[in-house]
Design a protein around this ligand. Sequence first.
Ligand SMILES: Nc1ncnc2c1ncn2[C@@H]1O[C@H](COP(=O)(O)OP(=O)(O)OP(=O)(O)O)[C@@H](O)[C@H]1O
Ligand SMILES: [Mg+2]
Length: 467
Amino acid sequence: MAARPQNFVCQSCGAASARWAGRCEACGAWNTITEEGAASTARPSRKGRQFAIESLKGETHEAPRAPSGIAEFDRVTGGGLVRGSVLLLGGDPGIGKSTLLIEVAAAFARNRHRAVYISGEEAVAQVRLRAERLGLAEATVEVAAETSVEDIVATLSHGSIPRLLVIDSIQTMWTQTVEAAPGTVTQVRGSAGELIRFAKRTGAAVILVGHVTKDGQIAGPRVVEHMVDAVLSFEGEGSHQFRILRAIKNRFGPTDEIGVFEMTGTGLREVANPSELFLSERELGSPGTAVFAGIEGTRPLLVEMQALVAPTTLGTPRRAVVGWDQSRLSMVLAVLEAHCGVRLSGHDVYLNVAGGLRIQEPAADVAAAAALVSSLARAPLPADAVYFGEVSLSGAVRPVAQTAARLKEAQKLGFVRAILPEGARGETPEAGLALLPVGMLVNLVSEIAARGDTSRRGARDRDVAAE
Ligand SMILES: Nc1ncnc2c1ncn2[C@@H]1O[C@H](COP(=O)(O)OP(=O)(O)OP(=O)(O)O)[C@@H](O)[C@H]1O
Ligand SMILES: [Mg+2]
């Protein structure tokens, strides 16, 4: 008996099965399996064709990379778009993906490259309206509203090949090569495959927009992420103006660089000095905030960490974190309990990285611990100090990379002291910046707690005097 065709495909992970089920066995997601047209399993009728194999040493005639001129975008892509490469840009609805890409397309057009913007979601008039608002009405970007991949490829294979092709979005595209409804995993994968082949064949750089699901993954199959050369994510908090472009995967560049933009009525503005922006809304003198001297890629970045430690009314106290790693927070809390005598089991703990930034560095441990203890002891930290250092499970403060860059940035922004790991003691100090090394976290904790005691005693004395 012939094997039954695997027509049921999980819309989350792309696993195929012969039967419908409520839960995908591969990824565990519920209610994600739908029936799709069978992929053709017929034996190919033609024999394999022979092709030429080239030497790696061969010459490339044109510069393989084209920078857009938008510095923050070029930084994240690793210096510009590589010929024949395909990028996937993901991001929440309304975050500004179309805005970013029309600006990138316009920048390419300004550099006298042919740039084509295909929208599957908006009519040409809408795209034009946006361009007008962004002051790009005069840009020589070519625009079309189209969803058929075959038509797009056929149209663009004639005449000069575009240097940049933007597809907004891959979820709206459909190809005749697979029999499935637009938006399904099979269609998204099929369409992406066709467009990738187009890019490789012609040397055009293609940027695909991908929608993001509620839990932050690029909707449709993860397999598209494997098919493309780079995956970028455009992030930001709805209430903030900052937008961060981050590389999640990049075959031609670094993945730890971020690009920072500010969304304005007239488009995205590049932020050349993000520290200034992230520290601009600082509330000075309130307990529970510490400035972390971080590094994103090659660039130092100062950002405020805010903590709130409050008595809990729940059996199991809450531990919530925004912008940092949950397990890192748990570890810092455990070290504070075990080695520093800080009792937190009766307290809810909230930690937030200001400005909607997401940091991944363990170097933020010391800043997080300082903010937490400051909140618990109601002792404001000095407003002119920066904190960094990794905390080990034994409670020691361990050195971190790129100390000099962190100190330089702190000095540039007017900070006068840096609380840093003992191991960085030998670091040449920046003028006007005092280095205060910490060996064990407990020393920092008792210093902050002592400050809390004195400030409370001072307040009590004032109250008594006033009576
Ligand atoms: N008139 C305006 N003035 C200021 N900002 C605006 C204006 N219109 C739109 N914006 C900004 O542009 C954002 C929408 O940008 P854009 O359409 O590029 O997002 P998107 O990520 O492509 O969304 P979608 O997921 O719907 O495609 C809005 O969230 C808003 O911040
Ligand atoms: Mg859009």
